[in-house]
Design a protein around this ligand. Structure first.
Ligand code: DGJ
Length: 723
């Protein structure tokens, strides 16, 4: 996994897994991107990849900035494509030009102060630090590149230090870019809305710019900070793919630009429409990490590679040996509950074998609807006369643990906190305060505000043995400013830094608590959040059919063991659809797995299925959480059938879920091709007893047979037979 510098060729080589990444240092100090892709072995001279030449009616020289592939492009000296850096000096002039000064190769990975990032120790990782400078501006930049043993990833980020006298503003300071020598790719992005998060979208690359962004204050419902480029004509099992994924939970921007020369450049970072960085003498700016990933073997290979990377180096270990099967009362009761009602749910849940009861919104202040009490983090004793202690004692008497919902970033006007501190919300003096879900946001960029809120929550968590916290956030940031924030231009960034600080504090004070992320469903499902929250609620849409798409899109980069998924009641509260219990279970199984219902309102038949389902999940939890995830597509799939599964790393076991969404008339029995099993191993399918080789499953497929109903599903389990 070496990083080395070849002084003869002036090339830095970063190698890990089966990839290499090459950076060329030009004589004039510019850092150019030479190559990222399959490992080239002992790197021959590949300077020709720069394709240096003078171009017609553009910037002069044989190495014209107009065309060179750059490591960290900046605006102002002739590179007219998308930039990573746009700097404005005190006169209002826009120009930056970073030139190489020195380099270091470090064992391990220095973590960015105050920001989440992939973690790794010295044995697993090496980091290249390139120090660059724009001496006219007085701006230093350190470019960090880390490679991790066994992974085809390059984690890159940048830190700036300003040494000039007069103020300068970085109107754009992105985390990095990915230069590709041609545009023969399809772009995959993950877009949506509330209840339709992370729906996969494909588009051909076009000349010019295609982009995604968030202006909501969080990474958002609308786009995810993930771009995938797949070689045109490639598929699930073949073809080169790249991914760029920002480890950040706030406003971001990502653009892919096909240049006038037919090359492609991806840039990504903190959104520059809504945030810029004023720099004063001696100031340092640490920016989020950008994870680049390369895969040779198609989209499936890409997904599995990123899952492995994130499971090992991003998602911290859950304090639970096994993820708890939880029951959440939100869809069961909404705000309308009391101790007795909750005890009814707990009793049935415990009887079925669940581990954890999560008390959702409505337990604090005098909150009976979404119009009040955010900021008043003390128990509503009308609903819970014996406090959380009483509820947890009751849960514990049934052998269940207690989890709790909080929304620390929000504040209701009808709250004691707001009445005492009406200026503690995010607002711009002189402007109307925009409400969303009838609430405002607390200005957590002010230390006294986040401290007051955190202290309240801390004492609640100390009042009872709470072992799980669901951290929600239910509105966009508007009027992004506050009396307490020193520099309003970077308010959007400071907000996220403050949020990370609060989460870090929670981890330090309560290491035994499992933190679940949530934001109006799945509006903040990103690598930044995954660093703090080993699981994130994927969507408020619990309809199993909608969830097939949401979970498929989410699992493109994010490990299945992080995707919050629950079985809920029918008719479904978001779509009104009635999907059979078996299929609701099969879909929820492919995630953290839990329930979001009142077991007392299930039919007797459904109720009787619960213990079996929970036992099944417990049995296969580690296969689902740690196995390799496969999306199975087959020419035999009809309509929009869905099929995916998990194969153990040692190939001894596999679990497959198939869902037919819509029954079609007059079709052949279904056969699905299952890739990923060991070709020569014989497997027995547990429910049918059928025996197949891995090669047969892959090439001939598995006979699913005839399906008679909409939303009919099958779960298959394959065990390797001793040979
Ligand atoms: C939005 C979340 O996504 C839901 O699960 C629930 O916690 C509500 N907020 C509570 O207000």
């Amino acid at each position: 996994m070496p990083i080395r510098f070849d002084g003869t060729q002036s090339v830095f080589t970063l190698q890990a897994g089966s990839m290499c990444y090459l950076i060329k240092l030009l004589e004039d100090g510019r850092l150019c991107h030479l190559y990222y892709g399959a490992d080239l072995g002992d790197v021959p001279s590949v300077d020709y990849l720069l394709r240096a030449c003078g171009t017609g009616y553009s910037v002069d020289g044989e190495q014209s900035p107009s065309i060179m592939p750059m490591e960290y492009p900046s605006f102002g000296t002739g590179d007219l494509r998308e930039s990573c850096l746009i700097a404005r000096n005190h006169l209002g002039q826009y120009c930056a030009d970073l030139r190489f000064q020195s380099y270091e190769i470090l064992p391990g990975k220095p973590m960015p102060t105050g920001l989440p990032a992939l973690f790794a120790d010295g044995d697993d990782c090496e980091t290249l630090v390139l120090l660059c400078e724009d001496s006219a501006l007085g701006l230093e930049a350190k470019l960090f590149y880390s490679v991790l043993r066994g992974h085809n990833a390059v984690a890159r980020r940048v830190e700036f230090r300003y040494t000039g006298e007069l103020p300068v503003t970085l109107t754009r300071a992105f985390s990095g870019c990915l230069e590709l020598p041609d545009d023969g790719y399809e772009l995959l992005t993950f877009h949506g809305a509330w209840a339709r998060e992370r729906t996969l979208h494909r588009a051909a690359l076009n000349p010019g710019r295609q982009g995604i962004f968030s202006h909501s204050g969080g990474s958002g419902h609308v786009h995810n900070p993930l771009m995938v480029l797949q070689r045109s004509g490639g598929g699930e099992d073949f073809g080169q793919c790249y991914a760029a994924n920002l480890v950040y939970s706030g406003n971001f921007a990502a653009t892919v630009e096909v240049s006038h020369m037919g090359t492609a450049r991806v840039v990504m970072g903190v959104d520059s429409d809504t945030c810029s960085f004023p720099m004063t003498k001696g100031e340092t700016l640490v920016l989020p990490e950008l994870v680049l990933f390369y895969a040779e073997g198609g989209l499936g290979d890409l997904t599995r590679g990123i899952h492995d990377l994130y499971r090992e180096h991003l998602v911290r270990k859950s304090p639970f040996a096994k993820r708890p099967v939880l029951i959440n009362n939100w869809e069961a009761t909404y705000f309308d509950f009391d101790q007795q009602k909750l005890e009814g749910i707990i009793k049935e849940a415990a009887h079925a074998g669940m581990d954890l009861f999560v008390l959702d919104d409505g337990w604090f202040g005098h909150r009976d609807d979404d119009g009040s009490s955010l900021g008043d983090w003390f128990v509503n004793t009308r609903k819970l006369p014996n406090g959380l202690q009483g509820l947890s004692a009751s849960a514990s008497s049934y052998g269940m643990k207690l989890g709790l919902w909080v929304e620390p970033e929000s504040i209701s006007e009808d709250s004691e906190l707001y009445r005492a501190h009406p200026d503690w919300c995010i607002h711009i003096p002189g402007r109307e305060r925009t409400r969303s879900r009838r609430q405002l946001l607390a200005d957590i960029t002010r230390p006294e505000v986040r401290d007051a809120i955190y202290t309240q929550i801390k004492s609640v968590l100390e009042s009872a043995p709470v072992c799980y916290v669901k951290w929600d956030m239910n509105r966009p940031v508007t009027e992004p400013g506050g009396v307490g924030a020193g520099r309003q231009e970077r308010f959007a960034f400071d907000y996220i830094l403050a949020l990370y600080e609060m989460m870090e504090r929670l981890h330090k004070d309560f290491p035994e608590i499992l933190l679940e992320g949530c934001s109006a469903g799945g509006a903040r499902f990103d690598p930044g959040m995954l660093y703090y929250c080993p699981q994130i609620w994927a969507s408020d849409n619990t309809d199993a059919s909608a969830r097939l798409d949401i979970q498929l899109g989410t699992a493109f980069a994010y490990p299945v063991c992080t995707i919050g998924s629950h079985v809920s009641m029918v008719p479904n509260h978001q779509t009104g659809r009635e999907i059979p219990m078996e299929t609701r279970f099969a879909v929820a199984l492919c995630g953290t797995f839990g329930y979001e219902l009142d077991p007392g309102r299930l039919s007797q038949k459904e109720l009787e299925q619960l213990p079996e389902q929970i036992a099944f999940f417990n049995r296969y939890e580690s296969l689902i959480a740690q196995g390799d995830y496969y999306r199975f597509y087959s020419p035999a799939n009809q309509g929009d059938d869905c099929c995916f599964g998990f194969i153990a790393k040692d190939k001894r076991q596999g679990l497959v879920v198939f869902v037919q969404r819509c029954r079609q008339a007059n079709v052949l029995p279904k056969v699905v091709r299952l890739t990923g099993f060991a070709p020569k191993t014989r497997y027995q399918e547990r429910f049918t007893g059928g025996i197949y080789t891995g090669a047969a499953l892959c090439h001939a497929g598995f006979p699913l047979g005839a399906f008679h109903n909409d939303f009919e599903s099958r779960i298959l389990v394959f065990d390797a037979l001793e040979s």
